[in-house]
Write a protein that binds this ligand. Structure first.
Ligand code: GLC
Length: 441
């Protein structure tokens, strides 16, 4: 990436595939909360519960719909936890594959107001997160294992192995389902004010024409509707369309470099979970550490990307303590280090990251950040930065980091002259990932 970008172009978007929606705030804010919340929270063993255990619609309704009662639900608590972690936007599952709707849709009875919740659960959530100055994103499942016109297939869903699946499909009309899908998206984009992200999930077209893709969703028509209703909105890449999307969504993986499409860098967002489930999972023990989560946030930004980190609230309406613990830990690090994340992107190519580090760069302030994933002994050197830096400090306490190294050490380490040496304290600072802030000339 350029160190002195041609004037007029935003550095973070230089040579990046342009978006149709407004991505300026998105590539600045970098860090969001994904929220998976629905009837599956009661099963408390993964949001694909209905599929995994092939639970028929009637049984699923009997068990969970009638008993859904999030009596401890307070979205202000969720929003504060997200803001405390340094998150700047959120994406909520308005409807997941199970088909249950969090909002008061006029197109179905399978919705929160018809449960013991007795209200639209989306409205207060949007209000609470907006109050924390967060951008609003709606996840919406293209798949719907509850809707009577969603044609059942052999790939996914509770009836994928059902011997009489074709009999069950009698009378089902996918076009009627597509009309329902479009109608609900219209509701979501006309009732809750400005929506910043539409996050669809997911298409699964198969080479033999089975599965489901853009034809089943009528994606082209849906895209036009969305762009008409909310022209500024960002749309993800899961509608099974070759173009018209705004960002790519690598899931549960850490891209090795800036994500590309047809050889061009794109706006991208990694979506990841805290444990091995998106929905609340009581017995899941594989919760990731705060250290690991901070490392992946830094890694995403160092490659020009965002991190959408997921929580799965319980059926009582609370984010559980394991998730709150991770969010608080991330927040402690972000309190001292968020300016190495917000407004940052991949560093110009001439700066070579030292071993065990990641670089982020703020083109507006012209500050370079060295994130030290391991604490080096006394010195760290940055190739390509010789005579480019006027001052350096540890970000967490703004304590000066001296440029250069003393002659005695310098004579012992014969490396390229084009490097910047920095002298560090021997004792590692007591922060998850120490960061050096370099003020470029
Ligand atoms: C995967 C999961 C789905 C989840 C999505 C989020 O597709 O199967 O349940 O909503 O990831 O990206």
């Amino acid at each position: 990436m350029y160190s002195n970008p041609p004037s007029g172009k935003d550095y973070a978007m230089l040579d990046v595939r342009p978006t149709i929606g407004d991505s300026k705030w998105f590539v600045h804010d970098r860090f969001g909360m994904f929220i998976h919340w629905g009837l599956y929270a009661q099963g408390a063993r993964h949001e694909w519960l209905m599929n995994n255990e092939s639970i028929p619609v009637e049984e699923y309704e009997r068990r969970y719909f009638k008993r859904f009662n999030p009596d401890l639900y307070d979205p202000a608590v969720w929003a504060k936890a997200a803001a405390g972690a340094g998150m700047k936007y959120f994406v909520i599952t308005t409807k997941h594959h199970e088909g249950f709707c969090l909002w008061d849709s006029k197109l179905t009875d399978y919705k929160a107001p018809n449960t013991a919740a007795r209200r639209d659960l989306l409205k207060p959530m949007v209000q609470a997160f907006r109050k924390e100055n967060m951008h609003v994103g709606f996840y919406h499942s293209l798949i719907d294992w509850h809707h009577p016109h969603f044609v059942l297939d052999r790939h996914i869903g509770p009836y994928r192995n059902h011997p009489d699946r074709e009999k069950l499909n009698k009378g089902r009309d996918q076009k009627k389902y597509a009309a329902y899908l479009h109608g609900q998206v219209r509701e979501l984009l006309t009732r809750y004010g400005k929506v910043d992200i539409m996050w669809f999930d997911f298409s699964y077209p198969k080479p033999d024409g089975s599965g489901k893709g853009h034809k089943d969703w009528e994606s082209e028509k849906l895209l036009k509707l969305i762009r008409k209703l909310q022209p500024q909105i960002l749309i993800d890449n899961r509608l099974d369309l070759p173009d018209g999307w705004d960002f790519l969504t690598p899931e549960q993986t850490q891209p090795p470099a800036w994500v590309q499409h047809k050889g061009q860098r794109v706006v991208w967002e990694a979506c990841q979970t805290l444990c091995n489930s998106w929905g609340y999972h009581r017995d899941e023990q594989s919760y990731r550490s705060v250290d690991d989560l901070i490392h992946i946030l830094i890694d995403c930004v160092s490659k020009g990307g965002n991190l959408l980190l997921n929580v799965g609230p319980t059926a009582r309406g609370e984010i559980d303590e394991r998730a709150l613990d991770r969010l608080a830990g991330i927040g402690r690090w972000m309190r001292h280090h968020d300016r190495s994340i917000y407004g940052c992107t991949q560093a110009p190519d001439e700066f070579i990251p030292p071993q065990d580090t990641r670089l982020t760069y703020n083109p507006k302030t012209k500050r370079l950040y060295i994130h030290l994933f391991a604490w080096p002994y006394k010195h760290v050197s940055l190739a390509g930065a010789a005579d480019r830096v006027e001052y350096a400090q540890l970000l967490h306490d703004a304590s000066e980091v001296k440029l250069g190294m003393d002659a005695w050490h310098a004579q012992q380490v014969a490396t390229s002259a084009k490097r910047l040496d920095l002298t560090l304290p021997v004792i590692r600072p007591n922060v998850t990932v120490p960061v050096i802030e370099l003020f470029l000339k």
